[in-house]
Design a protein around this ligand. Structure first.
Ligand SMILES: [Zn+2]
Ligand SMILES: [Zn+2]
Length: 390
Protein backbone atom coordinates (compact mmCIF):
# COMPACT_ATOMS: atom_id res chain seq x y z
CA UNK A 1 0.00 0.00 0.00
CA UNK A 2 1.07 3.55 -0.70
CA UNK A 3 0.43 4.82 2.80
CA UNK A 4 0.39 3.81 6.42
CA UNK A 5 -3.42 3.52 6.46
CA UNK A 6 -4.13 -0.13 7.15
CA UNK A 7 -6.76 -2.05 5.19
CA UNK A 8 -8.77 -2.27 8.39
CA UNK A 9 -8.70 1.51 8.90
CA UNK A 10 -9.49 2.10 5.23
CA UNK A 11 -12.57 -0.13 5.48
CA UNK A 12 -13.79 1.81 8.51
CA UNK A 13 -13.31 5.09 6.63
CA UNK A 14 -15.18 3.76 3.59
CA UNK A 15 -18.03 2.50 5.78
CA UNK A 16 -18.42 5.86 7.50
CA UNK A 17 -18.43 7.69 4.14
CA UNK A 18 -21.13 5.30 2.88
CA UNK A 19 -23.18 5.81 6.05
CA UNK A 20 -22.83 9.57 5.74
CA UNK A 21 -24.05 9.38 2.11
CA UNK A 22 -26.81 6.86 2.79
CA UNK A 23 -29.58 9.35 2.07
CA UNK A 24 -28.13 10.10 -1.38
CA UNK A 25 -27.62 6.41 -2.15
CA UNK A 26 -31.11 5.37 -1.10
CA UNK A 27 -32.50 8.37 -3.00
CA UNK A 28 -30.76 7.14 -6.17
CA UNK A 29 -32.10 3.61 -5.67
CA UNK A 30 -35.63 4.93 -5.11
CA UNK A 31 -35.48 7.30 -8.10
CA UNK A 32 -34.31 4.57 -10.46
CA UNK A 33 -36.99 2.28 -9.02
CA UNK A 34 -39.65 4.92 -9.65
CA UNK A 35 -38.48 5.46 -13.25
CA UNK A 36 -38.04 1.98 -14.70
CA UNK A 37 -36.39 1.96 -18.13
CA UNK A 38 -35.90 -0.92 -20.54
CA UNK A 39 -32.52 -2.05 -21.85
CA UNK A 40 -30.57 0.54 -23.87
CA UNK A 41 -33.16 3.18 -22.94
CA UNK A 42 -31.91 3.86 -19.41
CA UNK A 43 -31.29 7.58 -19.93
CA UNK A 44 -32.63 8.68 -16.54
CA UNK A 45 -30.50 6.18 -14.60
CA UNK A 46 -27.45 6.88 -16.77
CA UNK A 47 -27.69 10.63 -16.19
CA UNK A 48 -28.42 10.33 -12.46
CA UNK A 49 -25.51 7.93 -11.80
CA UNK A 50 -23.07 9.81 -14.02
CA UNK A 51 -23.84 13.19 -12.44
CA UNK A 52 -23.63 11.78 -8.90
CA UNK A 53 -20.24 10.21 -9.66
CA UNK A 54 -19.13 13.48 -11.23
CA UNK A 55 -20.00 15.38 -8.04
CA UNK A 56 -18.02 12.85 -6.01
CA UNK A 57 -14.69 13.34 -7.72
CA UNK A 58 -14.86 10.80 -10.55
CA UNK A 59 -13.69 11.39 -14.08
CA UNK A 60 -16.89 10.46 -15.93
CA UNK A 61 -17.39 9.45 -19.55
CA UNK A 62 -21.06 9.47 -20.48
CA UNK A 63 -22.37 7.31 -23.35
CA UNK A 64 -19.14 5.31 -23.14
CA UNK A 65 -17.96 2.47 -25.39
CA UNK A 66 -20.41 3.23 -28.18
CA UNK A 67 -23.53 2.73 -26.06
CA UNK A 68 -25.77 5.73 -25.33
CA UNK A 69 -26.66 4.57 -21.83
CA UNK A 70 -23.30 3.12 -20.75
CA UNK A 71 -20.87 5.13 -18.64
CA UNK A 72 -17.35 4.83 -17.30
CA UNK A 73 -16.20 6.67 -14.17
CA UNK A 74 -12.66 6.46 -12.86
CA UNK A 75 -10.75 7.61 -9.81
CA UNK A 76 -7.13 7.11 -8.73
CA UNK A 77 -3.94 7.52 -10.70
CA UNK A 78 -1.84 4.50 -9.92
CA UNK A 79 -1.94 0.90 -8.82
CA UNK A 80 -4.25 -2.03 -9.50
CA UNK A 81 -7.54 -1.08 -11.15
CA UNK A 82 -10.72 -2.76 -9.93
CA UNK A 83 -14.09 -2.65 -11.70
CA UNK A 84 -17.41 -2.11 -9.93
CA UNK A 85 -20.45 -2.68 -12.09
CA UNK A 86 -23.80 -0.89 -12.06
CA UNK A 87 -26.79 -2.43 -13.84
CA UNK A 88 -29.97 -0.35 -14.07
CA UNK A 89 -32.35 -1.77 -16.69
CA UNK A 90 -35.87 -2.86 -15.79
CA UNK A 91 -38.28 -5.52 -17.06
CA UNK A 92 -41.21 -4.88 -19.41
CA UNK A 93 -44.43 -4.73 -17.39
CA UNK A 94 -42.72 -5.56 -14.09
CA UNK A 95 -40.47 -2.55 -13.52
CA UNK A 96 -37.55 -3.27 -11.18
CA UNK A 97 -38.56 -6.84 -10.40
CA UNK A 98 -34.91 -7.87 -10.77
CA UNK A 99 -33.81 -5.12 -8.38
CA UNK A 100 -31.27 -3.49 -10.69
CA UNK A 101 -31.99 -0.19 -8.88
CA UNK A 102 -30.26 -1.81 -5.88
CA UNK A 103 -27.31 -2.97 -8.03
CA UNK A 104 -26.85 0.57 -9.36
CA UNK A 105 -27.04 2.28 -5.98
CA UNK A 106 -24.82 -0.30 -4.25
CA UNK A 107 -22.18 0.15 -6.95
CA UNK A 108 -22.48 3.91 -6.59
CA UNK A 109 -22.15 3.58 -2.81
CA UNK A 110 -18.99 1.48 -3.08
CA UNK A 111 -17.60 4.09 -5.47
CA UNK A 112 -18.39 7.04 -3.20
CA UNK A 113 -16.93 5.21 -0.22
CA UNK A 114 -13.71 4.47 -2.08
CA UNK A 115 -13.17 7.77 -3.92
CA UNK A 116 -11.39 9.59 -1.05
CA UNK A 117 -9.16 6.54 -0.47
CA UNK A 118 -7.96 5.62 -3.96
CA UNK A 119 -4.96 7.90 -4.14
CA UNK A 120 -4.10 7.39 -0.47
CA UNK A 121 -4.09 3.62 -0.87
CA UNK A 122 -2.48 3.51 -4.30
CA UNK A 123 -5.42 1.96 -6.11
CA UNK A 124 -7.69 2.80 -9.02
CA UNK A 125 -11.41 2.24 -9.43
CA UNK A 126 -13.38 1.96 -12.68
CA UNK A 127 -17.16 2.17 -12.23
CA UNK A 128 -18.88 0.78 -15.31
CA UNK A 129 -22.51 1.48 -16.05
CA UNK A 130 -23.65 -1.51 -18.06
CA UNK A 131 -27.01 -1.23 -19.87
CA UNK A 132 -29.45 -3.90 -20.92
CA UNK A 133 -28.54 -6.91 -18.79
CA UNK A 134 -32.04 -8.30 -19.38
CA UNK A 135 -31.48 -9.80 -22.80
CA UNK A 136 -29.55 -6.99 -24.50
CA UNK A 137 -26.12 -8.14 -23.37
CA UNK A 138 -24.72 -4.64 -22.90
CA UNK A 139 -21.63 -5.97 -21.15
CA UNK A 140 -20.63 -8.11 -24.14
CA UNK A 141 -20.68 -5.05 -26.43
CA UNK A 142 -18.63 -3.20 -23.81
CA UNK A 143 -16.13 -6.08 -23.63
CA UNK A 144 -15.72 -5.88 -27.41
CA UNK A 145 -15.11 -2.12 -27.08
CA UNK A 146 -12.41 -2.59 -24.42
CA UNK A 147 -14.36 -1.49 -21.33
CA UNK A 148 -12.92 -4.22 -19.15
CA UNK A 149 -9.35 -4.17 -20.51
CA UNK A 150 -6.65 -3.92 -17.85
CA UNK A 151 -8.88 -4.61 -14.83
CA UNK A 152 -7.43 -6.74 -12.04
CA UNK A 153 -10.92 -7.80 -10.93
CA UNK A 154 -14.58 -6.91 -11.42
CA UNK A 155 -17.58 -7.25 -9.13
CA UNK A 156 -21.23 -6.42 -8.57
CA UNK A 157 -23.96 -7.55 -6.19
CA UNK A 158 -27.36 -8.81 -7.37
CA UNK A 159 -30.58 -8.86 -5.34
CA UNK A 160 -32.14 -12.21 -4.43
CA UNK A 161 -34.11 -13.86 -1.64
CA UNK A 162 -30.94 -15.01 0.22
CA UNK A 163 -27.31 -13.94 0.62
CA UNK A 164 -25.53 -16.26 -1.81
CA UNK A 165 -22.01 -16.50 -3.23
CA UNK A 166 -23.17 -16.58 -6.83
CA UNK A 167 -26.00 -17.16 -9.26
CA UNK A 168 -26.16 -20.53 -10.95
CA UNK A 169 -25.86 -19.30 -14.48
CA UNK A 170 -26.47 -20.94 -17.79
CA UNK A 171 -24.80 -20.06 -21.06
CA UNK A 172 -27.47 -18.74 -23.37
CA UNK A 173 -28.23 -17.79 -26.94
CA UNK A 174 -31.46 -16.86 -28.64
CA UNK A 175 -32.56 -17.29 -32.24
CA UNK A 176 -35.37 -16.19 -34.51
CA UNK A 177 -36.73 -18.88 -36.83
CA UNK A 178 -38.54 -17.45 -39.83
CA UNK A 179 -40.57 -19.89 -41.95
CA UNK A 180 -41.71 -18.99 -45.44
CA UNK A 181 -44.38 -20.98 -47.26
CA UNK A 182 -46.97 -20.11 -49.89
CA UNK A 183 -50.35 -18.49 -49.26
CA UNK A 184 -53.51 -20.03 -50.68
CA UNK A 185 -57.24 -19.96 -49.97
CA UNK A 186 -57.66 -22.46 -47.14
CA UNK A 187 -61.04 -23.66 -48.42
CA UNK A 188 -60.89 -23.15 -52.20
CA UNK A 189 -57.34 -24.26 -52.98
CA UNK A 190 -55.43 -25.52 -49.91
CA UNK A 191 -53.45 -27.91 -52.16
CA UNK A 192 -51.72 -24.85 -53.66
CA UNK A 193 -50.44 -23.63 -50.31
CA UNK A 194 -47.36 -24.40 -48.22
CA UNK A 195 -48.25 -23.82 -44.58
CA UNK A 196 -45.54 -21.92 -42.69
CA UNK A 197 -47.46 -22.29 -39.42
CA UNK A 198 -47.41 -26.07 -39.84
CA UNK A 199 -43.65 -25.84 -40.32
CA UNK A 200 -43.25 -23.82 -37.11
CA UNK A 201 -45.56 -26.13 -35.13
CA UNK A 202 -43.75 -29.27 -36.34
CA UNK A 203 -40.45 -27.64 -35.42
CA UNK A 204 -41.85 -26.83 -31.98
CA UNK A 205 -42.99 -30.41 -31.49
CA UNK A 206 -39.64 -31.79 -32.64
CA UNK A 207 -37.93 -29.64 -29.99
CA UNK A 208 -40.39 -31.02 -27.42
CA UNK A 209 -39.22 -34.53 -28.33
CA UNK A 210 -35.58 -33.45 -28.15
CA UNK A 211 -36.04 -32.26 -24.56
CA UNK A 212 -36.14 -35.85 -23.27
CA UNK A 213 -32.58 -36.40 -24.45
CA UNK A 214 -30.67 -33.32 -23.34
CA UNK A 215 -28.53 -32.74 -20.26
CA UNK A 216 -30.43 -31.96 -17.01
CA UNK A 217 -29.25 -28.32 -16.89
CA UNK A 218 -30.19 -27.62 -20.51
CA UNK A 219 -33.24 -25.53 -21.34
CA UNK A 220 -34.95 -24.83 -24.67
CA UNK A 221 -37.99 -22.58 -24.74
CA UNK A 222 -39.78 -20.89 -27.58
CA UNK A 223 -42.80 -18.81 -28.52
CA UNK A 224 -44.57 -18.05 -31.78
CA UNK A 225 -44.35 -14.40 -32.76
CA UNK A 226 -46.06 -14.71 -36.18
CA UNK A 227 -48.61 -17.39 -36.90
CA UNK A 228 -50.73 -16.18 -39.82
CA UNK A 229 -53.33 -13.48 -40.34
CA UNK A 230 -56.66 -15.21 -40.94
CA UNK A 231 -57.81 -18.83 -40.73
CA UNK A 232 -58.95 -18.86 -44.36
CA UNK A 233 -55.50 -17.93 -45.65
CA UNK A 234 -52.82 -20.64 -45.54
CA UNK A 235 -50.07 -18.83 -43.58
CA UNK A 236 -47.21 -17.87 -45.88
CA UNK A 237 -45.09 -16.72 -42.99
CA UNK A 238 -44.54 -17.87 -39.42
CA UNK A 239 -41.93 -16.88 -36.90
CA UNK A 240 -40.75 -18.38 -33.63
CA UNK A 241 -38.25 -17.04 -31.10
CA UNK A 242 -36.23 -19.61 -29.19
CA UNK A 243 -33.89 -19.42 -26.20
CA UNK A 244 -31.31 -22.18 -25.76
CA UNK A 245 -29.39 -22.58 -22.49
CA UNK A 246 -26.74 -24.98 -21.23
CA UNK A 247 -24.38 -25.21 -18.27
CA UNK A 248 -21.40 -24.06 -20.31
CA UNK A 249 -20.70 -22.39 -23.63
CA UNK A 250 -19.15 -25.66 -24.80
CA UNK A 251 -22.37 -27.57 -24.05
CA UNK A 252 -24.39 -24.79 -25.66
CA UNK A 253 -22.40 -25.15 -28.88
CA UNK A 254 -23.22 -28.87 -28.91
CA UNK A 255 -26.91 -28.28 -28.30
CA UNK A 256 -27.46 -25.54 -30.88
CA UNK A 257 -27.19 -27.74 -34.01
CA UNK A 258 -29.58 -30.29 -32.47
CA UNK A 259 -32.21 -27.57 -32.01
CA UNK A 260 -31.62 -26.37 -35.56
CA UNK A 261 -32.20 -29.90 -36.89
CA UNK A 262 -35.59 -29.95 -35.15
CA UNK A 263 -36.60 -26.58 -36.59
CA UNK A 264 -35.42 -27.59 -40.06
CA UNK A 265 -37.36 -30.86 -39.84
CA UNK A 266 -40.55 -28.81 -39.48
CA UNK A 267 -39.71 -26.78 -42.56
CA UNK A 268 -38.89 -29.89 -44.58
CA UNK A 269 -42.13 -31.63 -43.59
CA UNK A 270 -44.28 -28.66 -44.54
CA UNK A 271 -42.39 -27.80 -47.71
CA UNK A 272 -41.30 -24.40 -46.42
CA UNK A 273 -38.08 -22.43 -46.26
CA UNK A 274 -36.43 -21.68 -42.93
CA UNK A 275 -34.20 -18.74 -42.17
CA UNK A 276 -32.37 -18.60 -38.82
CA UNK A 277 -31.10 -15.40 -37.22
CA UNK A 278 -28.93 -15.88 -34.14
CA UNK A 279 -29.48 -13.19 -31.52
CA UNK A 280 -26.32 -11.36 -30.58
CA UNK A 281 -24.73 -11.47 -28.11
CA UNK A 282 -24.70 -14.93 -26.56
CA UNK A 283 -24.33 -15.00 -22.76
CA UNK A 284 -21.50 -17.03 -21.24
CA UNK A 285 -21.66 -18.95 -17.98
CA UNK A 286 -20.37 -17.24 -14.83
CA UNK A 287 -16.86 -18.34 -13.86
CA UNK A 288 -16.52 -17.22 -10.23
CA UNK A 289 -13.03 -16.27 -9.12
CA UNK A 290 -12.64 -18.20 -5.87
CA UNK A 291 -10.01 -15.96 -4.25
CA UNK A 292 -12.02 -12.82 -4.99
CA UNK A 293 -15.14 -14.54 -3.71
CA UNK A 294 -13.36 -15.48 -0.45
CA UNK A 295 -12.45 -11.82 0.08
CA UNK A 296 -16.02 -10.73 -0.60
CA UNK A 297 -17.39 -13.42 1.75
CA UNK A 298 -15.28 -12.20 4.68
CA UNK A 299 -16.31 -8.60 4.01
CA UNK A 300 -19.97 -9.59 3.66
CA UNK A 301 -19.62 -11.11 7.15
CA UNK A 302 -18.59 -7.64 8.43
CA UNK A 303 -22.02 -6.29 7.42
CA UNK A 304 -23.95 -9.37 8.58
CA UNK A 305 -24.49 -10.67 5.05
CA UNK A 306 -23.04 -14.13 5.67
CA UNK A 307 -23.79 -16.52 2.81
CA UNK A 308 -26.63 -18.94 3.44
CA UNK A 309 -25.18 -22.32 2.54
CA UNK A 310 -28.54 -24.10 2.83
CA UNK A 311 -30.43 -21.80 0.49
CA UNK A 312 -31.59 -22.96 -2.93
CA UNK A 313 -29.70 -21.58 -5.92
CA UNK A 314 -30.96 -18.76 -8.08
CA UNK A 315 -30.80 -19.92 -11.70
CA UNK A 316 -30.55 -17.62 -14.69
CA UNK A 317 -28.29 -16.16 -17.32
CA UNK A 318 -26.33 -12.93 -17.07
CA UNK A 319 -23.91 -11.01 -19.25
CA UNK A 320 -21.71 -10.81 -16.12
CA UNK A 321 -20.84 -14.36 -17.20
CA UNK A 322 -19.20 -12.87 -20.30
CA UNK A 323 -17.22 -10.46 -18.11
CA UNK A 324 -16.12 -13.32 -15.85
CA UNK A 325 -14.51 -14.99 -18.83
CA UNK A 326 -12.20 -12.02 -19.51
CA UNK A 327 -11.60 -10.59 -15.99
CA UNK A 328 -11.55 -12.34 -12.57
CA UNK A 329 -15.10 -11.65 -11.40
CA UNK A 330 -17.80 -12.34 -8.84
CA UNK A 331 -21.60 -11.97 -8.91
CA UNK A 332 -22.74 -12.53 -5.30
CA UNK A 333 -26.42 -12.29 -4.45
CA UNK A 334 -27.67 -10.07 -1.64
CA UNK A 335 -30.95 -10.71 0.19
CA UNK A 336 -33.60 -8.15 -0.65
CA UNK A 337 -36.76 -10.27 -0.42
CA UNK A 338 -37.89 -12.97 2.05
CA UNK A 339 -36.88 -16.57 1.26
CA UNK A 340 -38.92 -18.02 -1.58
CA UNK A 341 -39.73 -14.72 -3.30
CA UNK A 342 -38.25 -15.11 -6.76
CA UNK A 343 -36.73 -12.35 -8.87
CA UNK A 344 -38.84 -11.30 -11.87
CA UNK A 345 -42.08 -11.27 -9.85
CA UNK A 346 -44.28 -8.35 -8.79
CA UNK A 347 -43.70 -9.29 -5.16
CA UNK A 348 -39.93 -9.08 -5.59
CA UNK A 349 -40.24 -5.60 -7.08
CA UNK A 350 -42.05 -4.40 -3.95
CA UNK A 351 -39.05 -5.45 -1.84
CA UNK A 352 -36.48 -4.03 -4.26
CA UNK A 353 -38.20 -0.65 -3.89
CA UNK A 354 -38.76 -1.02 -0.14
CA UNK A 355 -36.76 -0.85 3.06
CA UNK A 356 -34.99 -4.18 2.59
CA UNK A 357 -33.82 -2.97 -0.84
CA UNK A 358 -32.50 0.18 0.83
CA UNK A 359 -30.59 -1.88 3.42
CA UNK A 360 -29.09 -4.03 0.67
CA UNK A 361 -27.84 -0.87 -1.08
CA UNK A 362 -25.83 0.14 1.99
CA UNK A 363 -24.61 -3.37 2.91
CA UNK A 364 -23.73 -4.23 -0.69
CA UNK A 365 -21.86 -0.95 -1.06
CA UNK A 366 -19.83 -1.65 2.08
CA UNK A 367 -19.06 -5.29 1.23
CA UNK A 368 -17.84 -4.28 -2.24
CA UNK A 369 -15.86 -1.26 -1.00
CA UNK A 370 -14.07 -3.44 1.56
CA UNK A 371 -13.34 -6.06 -1.11
CA UNK A 372 -11.86 -3.43 -3.43
CA UNK A 373 -9.64 -2.26 -0.53
CA UNK A 374 -8.41 -5.85 -0.10
CA UNK A 375 -7.70 -6.07 -3.85
CA UNK A 376 -5.78 -2.79 -3.77
CA UNK A 377 -3.77 -4.01 -0.78
CA UNK A 378 -2.82 -7.32 -2.35
CA UNK A 379 -3.74 -7.68 -6.03
CA UNK A 380 -1.64 -10.84 -6.15
CA UNK A 381 -4.29 -12.51 -4.01
CA UNK A 382 -6.60 -12.64 -7.04
CA UNK A 383 -5.47 -15.91 -8.53
CA UNK A 384 -7.12 -18.73 -10.48
CA UNK A 385 -7.86 -16.59 -13.52
CA UNK A 386 -9.83 -19.37 -15.16
CA UNK A 387 -10.92 -18.14 -18.56
CA UNK A 388 -12.88 -20.36 -20.87
CA UNK A 389 -13.10 -17.70 -23.56
CA UNK A 390 -11.15 -18.34 -26.73
ZN1 LIG B 1 -33.30 -10.30 -14.24
ZN1 LIG C 1 -30.95 -9.07 -12.74
Amino acid sequence: MATTVSAQEAKELAFSTIDAQSETLIGVSQSIFANPELGFEEHFAHDLLASTLDRNGFDVTRSAFGLQTAFCATVGTDGPEIGVICEYDALPGLGHACGHNVIAAAGLGAAIGLAPLATKLGGRLRVLGTPAEEGGGGKEFMIRAGAFDGLTAAMMVHPADHNLPTMKTLAFQGLVANYTGRAAHAAASPHLGANALDAAVLGYNAVAALRQHIRPAERIHGIFTKAGDKPNIVPAEAEAVWYIRAATTAHLEELKPRVLSCLEAGATAAGCELEITWLDPPYGEMVDNSSLLALYASNADLVARTFDSEAPEVVGSTDMGNVSQVVPSIHPMIAVAPPGVSIHTEEFAVHAGGESGDRAVIDGAKAMAATVIDCWADPGAITDVGSSRP
